[in-house]
Write a protein that binds this ligand. Structure first.
Ligand code: FES
Ligand SMILES: [Fe+2]
Length: 342
């Protein structure tokens, strides 16, 4: 019998905006117990339609609001003694108390995560010290355009961390050895605060506007991936491939992630382009399957030996470091410091 290896990376959970649900999966008055950022949470949608994510344990006697809590207006009523708590974590009503206890009126009793709803997903801002959001994610116009298709979605839960899975995009050698690419792509990385853009160039057969492929002539194909912090990536495909892909990554724990891909296509493309695009989507999804066993069984090397063909791995790691909070950064009073921003 082999030893169970400790595959923990020792990396903590980076701060950032993380997609916690597809909007359509959280209907008005829905209440869900969810698990992200290494903690139990309650996710709900108020009667006016606002998505909320909070610490789940009632400030009264600690019942889990996600197990039997009910939405009442803009608040959630606890399943144990029906105290009502709103989406900022403040107690709004105790149905059987003559007076509100002082501690319940001094401000939020539970941490509420800042929320943004965009690109058909609910995004929560996680920071280990509950500091306020320090960067933005972006709205993808195709995701709200009626001329673009409903989302085609895929998801995985993987025993790895965000830094390790994200490193894939800049690890150019693995495209040949894991994914069977013909040549090593060239990759250029541009870093700008929380934003990162990776331009990967591969040689592919020429293709014209009608989608005809000319195998005798090769040309550069650029694939630009944009990252907005550790939790969101965007790829806009071109030429034969008429799709926009949004990837969202959310830490379940420090060493386990949920990875989601959502694709949309223009509704009015030719059969030919539709077919090319579907083949591409299938291939992208298939390639994740190649990466998973590597990620799940590898260890994290903090100080790896790198070679000159490895591409911008070191640069990527330096960029990623900014999302690990310093101890004491932000509010460390232990008292919830934020009100949800919607
Ligand atoms: S534990 Fe929630 S109301 Fe009592
Ligand atoms: Fe990969």
């Amino acid at each position: 019998m082999g030893h169970l290896q400790d595959l923990s990376t020792g990396l903590s959970i980076p701060f950032g905006w993380y997609a916690v649900a597809y909007s359509k999966d959280l209907q008005q008055k829905d209440v869900q117990a969810v698990n992200f950022f290494g903690q139990e949470l309650v996710l709900f949608r108020t009667e006016s339609g606002k998505a909320k994510l909070m610490e789940p344990y009632c400030p009264h006697l600690g019942a889990h609001l996600g197990h039997g809590g009910k939405v009442k207006g803009e608040s959630i009523a606890c399943p144990f003694h029906a105290w009502e708590i709103d989406g900022t974590g403040s107690v709004t009503n105790i149905p059987y108390a003559k007076n509100m206890p002082k501690r319940a009126t001094e401000g939020p009793c539970l941490h509420a995560f800042p929320i943004q709803e965009m690109n058909q997903m609910v995004w929560a801002w996680y920071h280990p010290n509950k500091a306020a959001p320090s960067f933005d994610i972006i709205e993808v116009p195709e995701f709200s355009d009626p001329n673009w298709s409903e989302l085609d979605t895929y998801e995985w839960e993987i025993n790895t961390c965000l830094q390790e899975s994200g490193e894939n995009a800049v690890d150019i050698a693995h495209f040949v050895y894991v994914h069977g690419a013909a040549d090593m792509p060239r990759a250029e990385v541009i870093l700008n605060g929380a934003h990162r853009s990776t331009d990967m160039v591969t040689r592919t057969p020429r293709i014209d506007e009608e989608g005809n492929i000319d195998m005798t002539e090769m040309e550069d194909m650029h694939l630009v991936t944009q990252n907005f912090g550790p939790g969101m990536a965007l790829q806009v495909f071109a030429r034969a491939f008429k799709t926009v892909m949004m990837a969202s990554m959310v830490p379940i724990t420090a060493d386990r992630i949920k990875l989601r891909f959502a694709f949309t296509k223009p509704k009015d493309i030719s059969e030919q382009f539709n077919m090319f695009t579907d083949v591409l989507i299938e291939e992208i999804v298939r390639q994740v399957g190649h990466d998973i066993p590597i990620w799940e069984n590898k260890i994290y090397r903090d100080n790896p030996i790198l070679c000159d063909g490895d591409g911008p791995i070191a640069k990527y790691r330096k960029w990623f470091k900014q999302f690990y909070a310093e101890e004491g950064e932000g509010d460390t009073t232990g008292r919830p410091s934020l009100r949800a921003i919607n």
